[in-house]
Design a protein around this ligand. Structure first.
Ligand code: FAD
Length: 293
């Protein structure tokens, strides 16, 4: 099956890319790695007459950490380069874990982190960790720049807050709070497959208590979601086995998965309980908090 014909529009700056998108709206799309876009085009699920390529724009593949400022990920930084980054592995282990279990090395060498988010899939591998860490998307368009939490970026399956002329110019991930611990867990038929369910948990300790906690689910609702009811169970509490089980059950209750050829909604709800329980337990351990009986 061939990719349908399109006009190729290479940009040499982000401003030019936004102007090209605006001039050809709504028929133009940005292409980064093309691992989502070209597949959709081959299957005629998307047939954009214009593709605006960012590859000739210099300096967009950065992964930079500055103490105090946090992590910056450019729109051409690949998932594999994020996985390989020493700063990411050391300071943002959850992001490393998510990158490591996405697809295969050849796909990861093309696929970008920003493209993963902009594709708007409810199962976007990088979304739970980015949301748990409080990441923002820095967006540029013909009318200027704006910033949005990744948590607010997804609107529905395949839909994001981006307007037709807008581009994500960078993802910014704040410095995690001192002593915090985060874990990403994924369930898929094979490790490299798209998630049937995903869960990330980030715990910030306060003495013996779970001072703050974020639990984020993917692939079990029209967008990635915060499991806020699960968070409420543990926030400010000394973690116990009973509270941990209750939090996992609340996460499952908040999920709204669909049944499809890969699995039933019932199976996914069960997996959410299991995955979120594992992610929360792992995050508590990474934050050096003991779970008492
Ligand atoms: C075999 C295979 C396995 C896969 N496995 C997984 C998996 O396990 N988990 C998973 O989450 N995904 C998976 N994917 C999907 C895909 O690889 C990822 O979502 C990838 O990160 C997309 O990045 P990309 O750079 O290729 O995006 P592209 O395909 O280039 O673009 C995707 C979308 O984002 C838009 N876009 C890209 N960059 C920008 C930008 N800077 N600003 C605005 N819009 C932008 C494009 O217009 C397009 O709509 C898989 C794909 C394949 C082919």
């Amino acid at each position: 099956m061939n990719v349908p014909a399109f006009e190729y529009l290479p940009a040499t700056s982000l401003a030019e890319a936004c102007a090209l998108l605006a001039a050809h709206a709504p028929g133009a799309r940005v292409i980064a790695g093309g691992t989502d876009l070209l597949v959709k085009m081959k299957h005629r699920r998307l047939v954009p007459p214009y593709l605006v390529d960012l590859k000739d724009v210099p300096g967009l593949d950065h992964i930079r950490h500055d103490t105090g400022d946090g992590l910056r990920i450019g729109p051409l930084a690949t998932i594999e380069s994020v996985k390989q980054s020493v700063d990411v592995r050391k300071r943002y282990p959850m992001l490393h874990q998510a990158a490591a279990c996405m697809a295969t090395v050849p796909i990861r060498n093309r696929a970008t982190v920003v493209g993963n988010i902009c594709n708007g899939s409810p199962s976007a591998e990088m979304a739970p960790a980015l949301i748990a860490l409080g990441a923002t998307a820095e967006i540029v368009g013909v009318d200027g720049a704006r910033s949005a939490l990744v948590e607010d970026f997804f609107v529905g399956p395949g839909c994001t807050i981006l307007r037709p002329d807008e581009i994500v110019a960078e993802l910014r991930v704040p410095e995690p709070s001192a002593g915090s611990g985060g874990i990403y867990e994924k369930y898929s038929l094979r490790r490299m497959d798209v998630a049937l369910a995903g869960a990330a948990a980030l715990v910030v300790p306060d003495g013996e208590t779970c001072g703050d906690i974020r639990v984020v689910l993917s692939a079990v609702a029209p967008t990635p979601i915060r499991a806020t009811a699960a968070e409420r169970v543990l926030r400010g509490q000394v973690p116990t086995e009973a509270l941990l089980a209750q939090a996992a059950a609340e996460a499952a209750a908040q999920s709204r998965p669909i049944s499809d050829i890969r699995g039933s909604a019932e199976m996914r709800v069960k997996k959410v309980e299991e995955l979120s329980g594992r992610a929360i337990r792992g995050a508590l351990k990474a934050a050096r908090l003991e779970v008492t009986r």
